[in-house]
Design a protein around this ligand. Structure first.
Ligand SMILES: [Zn+2]
Length: 217
């Protein structure tokens, strides 16, 4: 008899000073306020933009009266998730998404793209040329009952989309956006997703620890 194996994939990026950040954002920073040789303990102070590393965007990020962290329950952040692999260099649109069959009970969709192949989240500098979701793709996500969508770089929308329609379309429909994912080790498959953000009630988003679990891997 073969033992059933449960595999846990950590799909979050380590928070370090080397992380790429949005061009207008401050870098993640750790400073030591106490040092074990002089003070008997080590103690650190962290400063970072909310959208550092692997993080979620909530409606309040783009909408004046949108939901904040304090308005969202963990039920919305845990559940079946489909990883969809797409290795083209154009933004993801209905022409790609129409090939997906969403399993019943699955409302979360993660995009693994060439951003992962190029290790963009592990490079120091910000890359403008990442693959993102098109506005038509965002409409597809909303119309297909997806309540959480994720991608393997710092924004779900292209760097060149300056009107923010992709974010707004998703967030107006209360779709949670999960950005900065590390999807190198996972493939096209159905998983159980757990997204645990820092609980900052007033915030428009927060860094998260996100994992995928595959039973019988
Ligand atoms: Zn964000």
């Amino acid at each position: 008899m073969i033992d059933k194996v449960r595999r846990i994939y950590d799909i979050s990026i380590p928070l370090t000073e080397h992380l790429p950040v949005w061009p207008t954002s401050e870098k993640f920073n750790i400073t030591w306020v106490k040092n074990i040789d002089e003070d008997g303990i080590n103690e650190s102070h962290l400063s970072f933009n909310t959208h550092s590393g692997t993080h979620i965007d909530l409606p309040y990020h783009f909408l004046k009266f949108g939901m904040k962290m304090g308005d969202i329950s963990l039920d919305r952040l845990i559940g079946k998730a489909l990883v969809f692999e797409y290795f083209g260099d154009r933004n993801i649109g209905p022409e790609h998404l129409n090939k997906i069959t969403i399993p019943s009970g699955c409302t979360k969709l993660l995009f693994k793209t060439i951003n992962s192949v190029k290790y963009l989240m592990e490079q120091n500098g910000f890359s403008e040329d990442y693959v993102a979701l098109s506005i038509e793709g965002a409409e597809w996500v909303v119309n297909n009952g997806i309540d959480l969508v994720g991608i393997d770089y710092l924004s779900i929308q292209s760097f060149y989309d300056k009107d923010n329609q992709v974010h707004k379309t998703l967030l107006q429909n209360n779709v949670v956006i999960l950005e900065g994912l590390n999807l190198k080790d996972v493939r096209n498959d159905l998983y159980e997703l757990f997204v645990l953000p820092l609980n900052i009630p007033k915030a428009e988003g927060a860094p998260v620890r996100a994992i995928l679990i595959k039973e019988n891997a």
